[in-house]
Design a protein around this ligand. Structure first.
Ligand code: FES
Ligand code: FES
Length: 153
């Protein structure tokens, strides 16, 4: 079945079954491998992308549920003002260890700061609670989010 999906501002026509998870379309059809597969059950956050600015787990989001909504992935988030601040803070704070979870972490953090430019510690913890990091980079993630929030003025 054919679907036209808008990813990072570009429309792509894909021919897949309607129940195909968005993650597979991004990775296998469009070749955007920045979004990662971890659990496939909305438990780890590695596959997080934005749909109309909201963080969603692309591993459980079927392609036929997206309609005309705009999708943003880790490949495109740096083009947004908040995404650029988050990525700079991630580099400054040397957040990344193995890196596997980090695109999902950055997508959740970007969605948080886009909706709440100055989150409290508990709001950061709530927003990031669904993103698991096996390397335990949580302290640096929180520091980086705070640094990016400070640059919001
Ligand atoms: S792969 Fe989607 S939440 Fe784990
Ligand atoms: S940096 Fe390794 S899983 Fe998070």
């Amino acid at each position: 079945m054919g679907f036209a999906i808008k990813v990072n501002g570009n429309t792509h026509n894909v021919d897949v079954d309607g129940d195909t998870p968005l993650l597979w379309v991004l990775r296998d059809v469009l070749g955007m491998t920045g979004s990662k597969f971890g659990c496939g059950m909305a438990l780890c956050g590695a596959c997080t992308v934005h749909i109309d600015g909201a963080p969603v787990r692309s591993c459980i989001t079927s392609i036929d549920s997206i309609g005309t909504s705009g999708i943003t992935t880790i490949e495109g988030i740096g083009a947004t003002a908040v995404g650029a601040k988050i990525q700079k803070a991630w580099i400054d704070r040397e957040v990344v260890q193995c890196g596997y979870c980090q695109s999902g972490q950055i997508m959740s953090a970007s969605a948080l700061l886009a909706s709440n430019p100055h989150p409290t510690d508990s709001q950061i913890d709530d927003a990031m609670s669904g993103n698991i990091c096996r390397c335990g980079t949580y302290v640096r993630i929180r520091e980086a989010i705070k640094q990016a929030a400070q640059s919001n003025g």
